[in-house]
Design a protein around this ligand. Structure first.
Ligand code: UDX
Length: 440
């Protein structure tokens, strides 16, 4: 089959490459000529394990191309995916839909044959119906243009695996306009569906809501354990053992119960805020009041970390040398959008600390966002003469650190584990002060 994918960020580039991997002819479309040039040359503009190989293999096979031309895209296929970003609006909770609107407004006037537009981006409920009406009004093909929603649940760091082996597929269709999208997508995704993956067909609003509800649930689960972690700190209990014990209950499950510095990134924080904003517009704001608390528990972890850092540095961060290990919002990613680690590093600098940051992949992105922090090229360099070492992103490289690796490097043997990824006893036995969030 042939399809296009509009937007070549984490979502769009992965979807385009993976659809080509399934054997389809794919054209990725982006307004940024720099990104298009890089991708065309087989280079991924961000760090995503395994994606470069899939990209190159399919470019070489002639199944995957990239362009900035909407005219080319409209001529290339009649199945178009929408994978552009829906960031948080500046100074507001609501999602900024300008990229989604811009694709529809530019593409629709070029559609002179029956076409299907399938949204994959995370959008406020009601967006798909509105985009459908907009596209049909603008397209020469008019009523034969169909808009459907097929939300994407991929995680950064596992994007290829999640796209090629999803837990489930959700497809929202316009119930008032029976069309061909379900048949087309079942055919396109046939190799994936062969693995007996549930394929749920819903109305448009339900499909849009599935995605934001899933992210709201995950965020709530993390903030739940972080709230319990605050109580653990107040009583001397250990939140990691508590989470293990909770997790054995199959109704609860252990995943997403890792207490620590909380969630960040380009999805969970902005998605729960946009969800609250949309519920408010719909007159259902009371229903999602609890997400405000989810958000504030999450943000409180960051200030708590700064307090803990001050405490271990003798009561004040002024003039203290602090090593920060980790800058990406999570391991296996170079994404620093709303990164808890960088946020904490920035706050500590405001409190007068000299902060040295090391991350295996996210240093370039960090420099752009926080140019005044010091960046080191290795763990040892970041930890030189440190009064405290803070692990703020649980990269495997940091989780594998041994007390002896740093003993001769730091000024004071103080380890603060912001992600509860180290063996507390091992560090204490080696004579270090070990502190973790929610660990007594
Ligand atoms: C998330 C959703 O998981 C994915 O389904 C959706 O499509 C996009 O948003 P992602 O943002 O890539 O994916 O990261 P995820 O692995 O969900 O982690 C989000 C944040 O939560 C990270 O900052 C992570 O460190 C934090 N987290 C995760 C915790 O603090 N504790 C946990 O137990 C799990």
């Amino acid at each position: 089959m042939r399809c296009t994918v509009f937007g070549t960020g984490y979502l769009g580039a992965t979807h385009a490459a993976c659809m080509a991997e399934l054997g389809h002819d794919v054209l990725g479309v982006d307004i940024d000529p720099g990104k298009v040039a890089k991708l065309s040359a087989g280079e991924v503009p961000f760090y995503e394990p395994g994606l470069a190989e899939v990209l190159r293999r399919n470019i070489e096979a002639g199944r995957l191309q990239f362009t900035t031309s909407y005219t080319e895209a409209a001529a290339f296929a009649d199945l178009h995916f929408l994978g552009v970003g829906t960031p948080q609006k500046k100074g507001e909770y609501a999602a900024d839909l300008r990229h989604v609107h811009s694709v529809i407004d530019t593409l629709a006037p070029l559609l002179d044959r029956p076409a299907v537009i399938v949204g994959k981006s995370t959008v406020p409920v009601g967006t798909a119906a509105e985009l459908g009406a907009r596209a049909r009004a603008l397209a020469p093909a008019g009523d034969t243009v169909e808009v459907a929603w097929n939300p994407e649940f991929l995680r950064e760091g596992f994007a290829v695996q999640d796209t090629l082996h999803p837990d489930r597929m959700v497809l929202g269709v316009d119930r008032d306009r029976p069309g061909s999208v379900e048949t087309q997508l079942r055919q396109l995704y046939a190799p994936l569906l062969a693995e007996d993956i549930p394929f749920l067909v819903t109305d448009l609003a339900t499909a849009e809501l599935v995605k934001v509800s899933a992210n709201a649930f995950l965020a709530t689960k993390i903030s739940f354990i972080n709230a319990i972690s605050e109580v653990c700190e107040a009583t001397g209990a250990d939140v990691t053992q508590l989470a293990d014990a909770l997790g054995y209950d199959a109704r609860i499950g252990r995943r997403f119960l890792n207490a620590g510095l909380g969630f960040g990134g380009g999805c969970l924080p902005k998605d729960i805020r946009a969800f609250m904003a949309r519920a408010g517009e719909l007159g259902a704001n009371q229903a999602l009041h609890f997400l405000r608390e989810v958000d504030s528990i999450n943000m409180r972890r960051r200030t708590r970390m700064v307090e803990l850092a001050a405490q271990v540095c003798g009561g004040s961060l002024l003039g203290a040398n602090v090593a920060v290990l980790g800058a990406a919002f999570k391991p296996e990613s170079d994404d620093v959008r709303d990164s808890p680690a960088l946020n904490v590093a920035g706050m500590m600098q405001l409190h007068g600390a000299v902060v040295s940051v090391y991350d295996p992949k996210a240093l370039d992105n960090s420099r752009r966002l926080f140019p005044t922090l010091n960046y080191a090229t290795s763990v040892a360099e970041a930890c030189e003469n440190a009064d405290a070492v803070l692990v703020l992103t649980e990269w495997a490289e940091f989780a594998a650190l041994k007390p002896d690796d740093l003993a001769g490097v730091v000024r004071a043997r103080v380890m603060v584990d912001g992600r509860n990824c180290l063996d507390a006893q091992q560090w204490r036995n080696a004579g270090w002060v070990y502190r973790g969030l929610g660990r007594g």
